[in-house]
Design a binder for this molecule. Structure first.
Ligand SMILES: Nc1nc2c(ncn2[C@@H]2O[C@H](COP(=O)(O)OP(=O)(O)O)[C@@H](O)[C@H]2O)c(=O)[nH]1
Ligand SMILES: [Mg+2]
Length: 460
């Protein structure tokens, strides 16, 4: 096994940079460079000293050195960390000395990959490390931290144990039947399998919220021209991001900005109003709006409450059917020409009506914020402490698992005598899917690991 080295802190100048080594030669390599070498070094201690070139007495940098033993380090290999001064030149020089002595450059995520290969983390935890580094909101950070603590991995291990117990019984029966030609019966088999499928579906359902937590929620402001979409965007951001004017058709391109609502990162996009285009540019803007509506997790349909409900509003609303949406009644400072009943009846809408004033001078957008916040809260699974899935990779594999155990349950349903070889095949497929999520056993082939670790930074 090689000994890898990398600078784990961001590139560029900084107060401190950390060079990390992992592998069998980690301690002997740093010993060639660090002076004075302690008489009997303790693990997890910081030693103050100097880095010299092996053949020189001239110090290159004053550093702290920490040594971690095999089995008790992040990678479970012998590790060393050199905390040096953070200039790009000095850190690069120390790293090159380590390479000259036989260390090899770490690939992105290689420390964590070794931690996984040595059984320190399962794959869901390794992914959570990347999630922590990439987190851009409070909720995203919490979701990654919970996954790193192993909640999802343990939960899946529980499912796996139940599945394997059933599978073992089926396999024994297949062996016996070959000899005796009898039929396999196991009490509650259909119910047990249905329970395993239901748990898979619950996890699949948590993905919507999990995805919002990890990557954020895409919210799109839509509505007729001039209803105040751009004003609302500016008010929510508390800055003049989008152009506002009483000239209809002011917004042509999509303007997006990030904000945080209820701890979740929200990407808010203001679009060109949808109406009959008067020229080519407007037509292009509206085509963009349509494309953004397609991608939205939540659409805020803005109505100008100071006017009557227009046929155009209804038409637009109909296009949102099947897409999560909330209705925002803007220009409430001008009084309201639409009654709540009228809106509900004509739009057939039973969600909240969020009353707002988008206009700069007297902006009141509290209800819009509360509406988005409630939308997010409603997507929290009932049992708040249950693990969530936050990654597409997990989602796809859980869908495989759920499909396979559901089919297995059907094979045993309603007093059917299951065809054991088919049953075993489905259960094996479900088992493989679970193992690929956590990276258990030999399921973690190189291509899978390459895909998981490709998104990491060097040095982690
Ligand atoms: N009185 C009042 N005027 C508003 C309000 N929101 C927007 N406006 C005005 O309505 C016009 C159109 O606003 P704008 O945000 O550009 O609408 P958009 O076309 O939907 O993006 C501008 O003159 C705004 O100042 C509001 O809440 N009250
Ligand atoms: Mg606009």
């Amino acid at each position: 096994m090689s000994t890898i080295a990398a600078i784990s802190t961001p590139s560029g100048s900084g107060g401190i940079a950390i060079i990390r080594l992992s592998g069998p030669a980690a301690h002997t390599l740093v010993r060639r460079l660090f002076h004075p070498w302690p008489a009997s070094p303790l693990y997890f201690h910081l030693y103050l000293g100097y880095i010299h070139e092996p053949t020189s007495e001239i110090p290159l940098d004053q550093v702290f050195l920490a040594l971690m033993p095999e089995n008790r380090s992040y990678t479970r290999e012998a590790m060393a960390e050199i905390h040096c001064h953070g200039g790009a030149y000095a850190t690069g020089k120390i790293l090159n000395l380590l390479f000259a002595l036989g260390a090899v450059p770490a690939a992105p995520g290689e420390f964590t990959r070794r931690a996984y290969l040595n059984g320190r983390l399962d794959l869901t935890q390794a992914e959570a490390v990347a999630g922590l580094i990439a987190a851009e909101s409070e909720a995203g950070l919490q979701a990654a931290a919970a996954q790193l603590a192993g909640g999802l991995g343990r939960h899946l291990a529980g499912l796996l144990a139940r599945l394997e117990e059933i599978l073992a019984g089926v396999e024994v029966a297949i062996d016996l039947l070959a000899e005796e030609g009898d039929n396999y019966e196991r009490e509650n088999l259909a119910a047990e399998l249905a329970g395993l499928a239901a748990e898979g579906r619950r996890l699949l359902d948590s993905y919507e919220r999990g995805r919002f937590l990890r990557t954020g929620l895409k919210v799109v402001l839509a509505g007729r021209p001039n209803v105040g979409k751009s004003s609302i965007l500016n008010a929510l951001l508390a800055e003049d991001r989008a152009l506002v004017s009483k000239v209809s058709g002011t917004t042509r391109d999509v303007v997006s900005a990030d904000l945080e609502i209820a701890g979740v990162r929200v990407e808010l996009s203001d679009t060109a109003g949808l109406d009959t285009p008067r020229d080519e540019l407007e037509a292009l803007g509206m085509a963009r709006t349509e494309a953004w509506l397609e991608k939205a997790d939540l659409v805020l349909l803005v109505l100008d409450g100071s006017q009557e409900l227009k046929e155009r509003d209804l038409e637009l609303y109909r296009r949102l059917r099947g897409r999560a949406h909330l209705v925002v009644l803007n220009k409430q400072d001008l009084g309201c020409r639409m009654t709540e009943n009228e809106i509900r009846e004509r739009l057939a809408y039973d969600g909240p009506l969020l009353r707002c004033v988008g206009r700069r001078e007297q902006a009141e957008i509290g209800e819009a914020v509360a509406g988005v916040s409630a939308f997010l809260k409603n997507r929290r699974p009932e049992n708040d402490s249950a693990p969530l899935i936050t990654r597409q990779r997990h989602y796809e594999l859980l869908a495989d698992y759920t499909g396979a155990v559901s089919r297995a349950a059907e094979l045993c349903g309603d007093g059917l005598k299951p065809q054991l070889d088919l049953l075993a095949e489905e259960l094996h497929q479900a088992r493989r899917a679970l193992l690929q999520i956590t990276g258990g056993e030999a399921e973690a082939v190189d291509s899978l690991l390459d895909a998981v670790f490709a998104g990491f930074c060097v040095g982690k």
